[in-house]
Write a protein that binds this ligand. Structure first.
Ligand code: 13P
Ligand code: SF4
Length: 348
């Protein structure tokens, strides 16, 4: 059995139909369609002089009305260069925080404050500081999926799109400490040959992809190219034709002559892939045993945090200018330097 984004849509439609109830009482409120909601959001965007930035994992209806859709690096670069007065960030909290750090005087709002990240949770600033104190020669490279406090303790930030370049540019006489993703860190070590001390964090969604399931899928589609995110386990990365950030995955699928791709990352990315390569076929790698039906605890390649954002909440945050990202001045200042260092190295 193959899990695809279509199945997901069907399930969503079934739930929507099951949930539809007749309006009780005399009040009749016409249901608001996605189109009217989208129009309201575009009107608010105009009124606020706002820019809407969205990550590649966001639901299709949010991606379709965003000004820019991309990976963490592209989103940080867009945030650094925008002249809009308000940044509306549709992604997870650390991404909105990064936009705020780059724009301390702008209003940065997000649809759902609870859109966190398991990597960010795995690395509290106090614990990182304790580890840093054990070796004054540590040079801390922090994956952007971390809190502003952790960024403030870092020498440089990286994303999956530039981690190899950032580590290659790190001072040769320093001991590298890579936080918080041990899988991305291990992949960067393989690519650069540079030893690093790795923080033991991971992405709860990407570590669900397993070698056996992927092998079975590859046997069913021997012509398909496998594209995996570096947050995946090594046993999965080893089976991939390309390992890269979400934006580079899209570029790879566009530029590679193959007609069929197995995608090992969060399923939201399939929307852009289908839009940009309408004649190619994209198969979502499953996070369950492909020989069995998904069990009750099926986790179908979705990040529960990314999926907290909806059109309704997007409209709500733009109407209320809340939730907004607010950070203490000192953290803003200290976290800005390592992000700017990343942007500068990335542009070389
Ligand atoms: P990208 O920067 O590759 O889009 O990855 C962000 C992320 O959170 C992956 O899980
Ligand atoms: Fe964090 Fe994983 Fe979700 Fe990306 S997919 S935001 S790393 S929990």
């Amino acid at each position: 059995m193959i899990f695809s984004a279509d199945m997901n849509m069907n399930l969503k439609n079934e739930i929507a139909i099951a949930d539809a109830q007749p309006v009780s009482g005399n009040a009749f409120a016409p249901p608001q369609t996605d189109e009217t909601l989208a129009q309201e959001i575009l009107d608010l965007k105009h009124e606020l002089n706002a820019v809407i930035l969205a990550h590649n994992y966001q639901v299709p209806e949010i991606q379709d009305l965003a000004d820019f859709v991309g990976d963490s690096l592209g989103l940080a670069q867009q945030a650094a260069r925008t002249d809009a007065a308000v940044i509306v960030f549709c992604g997870v909290h650390f991404m909105a925080e990064t936009a705020k750090i780059l724009n301390p005087n702008k209003l940065v709002i997000l649809p759902d404050r609870n859109a966190g990240c398991s990597l960010e949770e795995s690395c509290p600033a106090g614990k990182l500081r304790e580890l840093q104190e054990t070796n004054p020669n540590f040079y801390t490279v922090s994956y952007i999926n971390c809190s502003a406090k952790v960024k403030a303790l870092s020498d440089v930030i990286c994303t999956s799109g530039n981690a190899v370049k950032i580590v290659e540019a790190a001072p040769k006489d320093r001991d590298l400490l890579f936080v918080p993703d041990e899988n991305l860190g291990a992949w960067v070590m393989e690519q650069t040959g540079r030893p690093m001390t790795l923080w033991r964090g991971n992405c709860y969604a990407h570590i669900e992809f397993r070698r056996d399931n992927l092998l079975r899928l590859k046997q069913s589609f021997p012509d398909a190219k496998v594209v995996a995110h570096p947050e995946s386990l090594r046993e999965v990365r080893e089976l991939a034709d390309a390992v890269c950030s979400t934006e580079k995955m899209i570029t790879y699928c566009r530029q590679t002559p193959a007609e069929r791709f197995i995608i090992v990352t969060e399923s939201g990315i399939i929307h852009r892939m289908r839009k940009e390569c309408p004649h190619k076929e994209f198969i979502c790698a499953p996070t369950f045993d492909v020989m069995q039906m998904p069990s009750d605890n099926c986790r179908c390649s979705q990040c529960k945090f990314m999926k907290l954002n909806t059109l309704d909440k997007l409209r709500g945050c733009m109407k209320n200018l809340h939730p907004r990202v607010e950070l203490p001045g000192l953290i803003l200042e200290q976290a800005r330097r390592p992000i700017e260092r990343m942007l500068e190295i990335s542009a070389r």
